[in-house]
Design a protein around this ligand. Structure first.
Ligand code: COA
Length: 378
């Protein structure tokens, strides 16, 4: 039998990305994540994942036009989310919103590769608009229609805040989207591939992935990191807080990974962005100070116990998003917006060479036995 949690099992072949866990490296189609974060936009990353190569200028212009054209969400979706969702978790509303845009999608049940690509592009653009609209609905505001001719990152900040954003904030969201876009056979991507393997439609496979991402051991961790930072409150309290959480046998959110046995390469990129943001703001945010203290205590404690537990992508994304004024409950939605590129690329890859994914289980129940009469049951 495979190890618990399918550790070490190779469940699929993919040309999309690979995590080199011992070395702390991540590549998308052969390109190092650091190079992509430094040199390309989220739209270029989407092109790389969907089409296999980085776009030339005209390919990029075409994709940006398509994304811009598809970004608006039917107002009926927002009306219905408004009717049910003032207090629900934003990820629950995003799941509902994606189900509703599926119901309205002209290509919904069309399983041709062309239609599936159109749906991938549409969903990637619309999930950002949905997330910003959900934030506004929950703040008692009206959702905003995205602008034409801007980037997805800029449009996200505009449709969330209702005002233009500075260059650094846009750049930070753009890099965060690229960093979270794809990550090998993580739990939500596996869920997407299992669903796609039944030849269910693309939206349905995405809903399986989003539901899996929501958990605190996966995409939900970034929200939990922020909750922890808020609970700790100040850098002076961080060391004692971490030591006592570890003594109680609790996991510290934003640390550890099934594959990485060293620092997640995305974490220092996010930390550097947080530092840039602080520099622009003229002060070091309390959250970054608390994060640095937690990191130092975790390093000491994990080294002492001989455990290879290091910061993961969620650890610094929390303080970055918070410094940008994004509400904590929205963090996992942003992860979903970014991962939409990777999930849809995996679903297209699965459809292109499909075989139903259906493993077996090892039975640990009682041996075969007769059904007792109702009267004789204890
Ligand atoms: N804080 C403290 N200890 C941790 C830890 C953390 N965040 N993550 C792992 N460890 C410890 C485990 O307790 C375990 O110790 P043990 O051998 O004494 O039992 C050891 O390190 C190995 O961890 P394990 O639970 O086997 O790792 P996993 O591969 O099953 O789980 C995660 C990986 C990501 C689910 C896990 O590290 C975790 O829960 N992290 C916090 C949530 C998080 O940040 N998730 C986002 C991932 S990108």
């Amino acid at each position: 039998m495979a190890g618990r949690g399918l550790e070490g099992v190779v469940a699929a072949q993919t040309a999309l990305s690979h995590v080199y866990g011992d070395e702390g490296r991540l590549i998308y189609r052969g390109y190092q994540i650091q190079d992509l974060a430094d040199q390309v936009t989220f739209e270029e990353t989407c092109h790389l994942l969907w089409f296999g190569e980085l776009p030339n200028q005209s390919q990029l212009d075409k994709l940006k036009q398509q994304l811009n054209r598809e970004a608006a969400v039917d107002p009926r979706v927002f009306d219905s989310l408004r009717a049910v969702g003032r207090t629900a978790h934003p990820m629950t509303l995003l799941l509902a919103g994606v189900a509703e845009v599926a119901a309205l999608d002209p290509d919904a049940e069309d399983m041709t590769p062309e239609a599936n690509l159109r749906k991938a592009i549409r969903l990637t653009a619309q999930t950002l608009t949905l997330t910003a609209g959900i934030a506004r609905i929950q703040a008692g505001q009206v959702p905003i229609t995205p602008e034409a001719n801007t980037s997805l990152a800029e449009n996200f900040l505009y449709t969330m805040r209702g005002a233009g954003a500075d260059e650094l904030s846009v750049r930070i969201i753009d890099v965060a989207l690229t960093l979270h876009a794809e990550h090998g056979m993580n739990a939500s991507t596996f869920a997407a591939r299992v669903a796609a393997g039944t030849l269910t439609d693309l939206h349905s496979a995405i809903i399986a992935a989003m539901a899996t991402l929501k958990g605190p051991l996966h995409g939900g961790a970034n929200e939990q990191v922020m909750e922890m930072l808020e609970e700790i409150g100040s850098a002076e309290r961080a060391d004692a807080w971490v030591r006592s959480a570890l003594e109680r046998g609790e996991k510290v959110m934003g640390f550890g990974h099934r594959i990485y046995r060293t620092t997640d390469p995305r974490a220092p990129i996010l930390k550097a962005l947080a530092e840039q943001l602080n520099q622009q703001n003229g002060q070091k945010s309390e959250w970054l100070q608390v994060s640095e203290k937690i990191q130092a205590t975790m390093r000491e404690e994990m080294d002492r116990k001989g455990k290879k537990v290091y910061p993961n992508v969620d650890f610094f994304s929390a303080s970055v998003y918070s410094t940008l004024g994004i509400p904590r409950r929205l963090f996992t939605n942003i992860f979903a917006c970014a991962r939409m590129a990777g999930w849809t690329a995996h679903i297209l890859e699965q459809y292109a060479d499909n075989r139903l994914i259906r493993p077996q289980s090892e039975y640990t129940g009682p041996p075969e036995r007769p059904v007792p009469s109702r009267a004789s049951r204890s």
